[in-house]
Write a protein that binds this ligand. Structure first.
Ligand code: PNS
Length: 166
């Protein structure tokens, strides 16, 4: 049984995230999509909201689970017996940060491997922060986020991106 964790802030989930999750579900027996805390980011949606939105997007994937965890991913992987952390890589600009994270996580939990999936060409430019910026100016984000949660995202971000969480 191979279990992978797809971690992220998912603030909000984008079509790029969904592509990576879908591909992970084809390779691993069980995929745990984990909403974790990135202390370097201010969020527009609460963890609960991000989990809800992710769950809405999982469609007919039957080997996926969506959870929140307030702690280190290395610890969470240990708790859940996950062997792999899956991250999406868009460009070289992602690499240095992701490489550092992978090495830290390996030191903290030698049993877990970080695996990078190359983003598809059409998602190379896509990021949650880009989505938030476009939406905060009232721009069209329908090509960037899943249709089923578009209304919820617009409702929040067109209104200025309120942070509901302490
Ligand atoms: O979508 P993001 O913001 O790039 O995801 C980053 C995230 C949340 C995966 C990362 O910040 C994280 O793993 N947070 C949990 C704390 C942790 O384990 N950090 C890594 C060691 S410093």
């Amino acid at each position: 049984m191979k279990t992978a964790i797809c971690p992220g802030s998912f603030d909000p989930v984008t079509l790029g995230h969904l592509d990576i999750i879908n591909r992970a579900c084809k390779i691993f027996d069980h995929v745990i999509v984990s909403v974790l805390v990135n202390p370097e980011k201010h969020t527009a949606f609460t963890v609960k909201e991000r989990i809800e939105m992710l769950k809405q997007c999982m469609g007919n994937l039957d080997n996926v689970e969506v959870v929140g965890f307030d702690g280190l991913i290395a610890d969470y992987a240990k708790i859940r017996g996950a062997q792999v952390i899956v991250k999406g890589l868009r460009a070289m600009s992602d690499f240095e940060y992701e490489f550092q994270m992978a090495l830290i996580n390996k030191k903290l939990n030698p049993d877990v491997e970080t695996v990078f999936f190359t983003t598809t060409a059409e998602n190379m430019f896509l990021s949650s922060s880009g989505v938030k910026q476009v939406a905060s100016f009232g721009g069209d984000i329908s090509n960037f986020v899943p249709g089923c949660i578009l209304g919820k995202i617009e409702q929040r971000l067109y209104a200025g991106g309120i942070q509901n969480e302490s």
